[in-house]
Design a protein around this ligand. Structure first.
Ligand code: MN
Length: 288
């Protein structure tokens, strides 16, 4: 089996606040990873940040999206969602929200009320997944995926656990419905232990490390809040935890279509971006 070579290791390319609730480190696209990372568009790592008890609501208020999906994975804290398609949900540690904006929604992402009142640590990842042209104007969809819905695989030699959010691992399948083939794993590795993953040639693969330190393919180390991007060639990646580690593994089939992006809209052409802005302003993506 041929190893997948690492083509780059990246730390946060920019840091910013999303609303007043999420202090994020952006891994891509701010590292100039655009088509190389397809079908993924963005990875923001929020926190870990401590929020003192507050009677005010923190987060990001009403804003639109069109043309892709937002995937929110909560590690600490609690996030409440509300959108113009009528969906509501609260996700906490271990839970995932997979929201398909497609033709357009307006939503808000807030610290959940009881969490805000008690205060605490907020830590989450938001990943944007592109949609192929044929689904960019499909109806919006909303999947709340609770921790209890996510299969947990015990890795060989008691090296750790792998949760399958989307795709397959060792004959088991994750719950997320996706439009193109995607594997998304939340992995915990014990100190000193190793594991390996296998993906088809021609697919995009990245590893984002939230905690600890790991060595990839026996040669390159990855530290906290760094991501590694792999070559499309090769199939095999070995991962050794130098200390207890938490990582997210992303894999997907590239969408080989032009990307036109402007803020919360990701389409194929400039004209479609103009139309998205116009439709949002005309209220066609709805209201909360
Ligand atoms: Mn949003």
């Amino acid at each position: 089996m041929v190893a997948k070579n690492i083509i780059g290791i990246y730390k946060s390319g920019s840091t910013h606040w999303v609303g007043d609730g999420f202090h994020v480190r952006n891994l891509f696209p701010s590292n100039d990873l655009d088509e190389q990372i397809s079908p993924f568009l963005l990875l923001d790592y929020a926190g870990p940040s401590f929020f003192p008890p507050s009677t005010q609501s923190h987060g990001v208020g009403e804003h639109p999206h069109r043309g892709f999906e937002t995937v929110t994975i909560v590690y600490q804290g609690s996030v409440a969602h509300r959108d113009s398609a009528g969906n509501r949900g609260v996700i906490g540690p271990g839970d995932v929200q997979w929201m398909t904006a497609a033709s357009g929604i307006v939503h808000e992402e807030m610290h959940e009320k009881a969490f805000a009142q008690h205060g605490g640590m907020m830590e989450m990842v938001q990943l944007w997944v592109n949609l192929p042209k044929e689904h960019k104007m499909s109806s919006p969809r909303y999947q709340t995926i609770l921790d209890s819905d996510i299969p947990r695989v015990a890795l060989a030699d008691e090296s750790g656990t792998l949760r399958i959010i989307a795709g397959k691992f060792s004959e088991k399948s994750g719950p997320a419905k996706t439009f193109t083939p995607i594997n998304l794993y939340d992995v915990r590795l014990k100190a000193g232990r190793s594991t390996a993953v296998l993906f088809p040639r021609g697919t995009t693969t990245a590893i984002f490390l939230l905690k600890g330190s790991i060595t990839l393919n026996g040669t390159q180390s990855l530290h906290e809040a760094q991501s590694a991007l792999f070559d499309l060639e090769g199939e095999h990646i070995s991962i050794t935890a130098n200390e207890e580690a938490a990582l997210l593994i992303l894999n997907g089939e590239p969408i080989k279509e032009p990307i036109a992006r402007y803020g919360p809209f990701v389409m194929n052409t400039r004209e479609e971006i103009v139309a998205a802005t116009r439709d949002y302003q005309a209220g066609k993506m709805g209201h909360l």
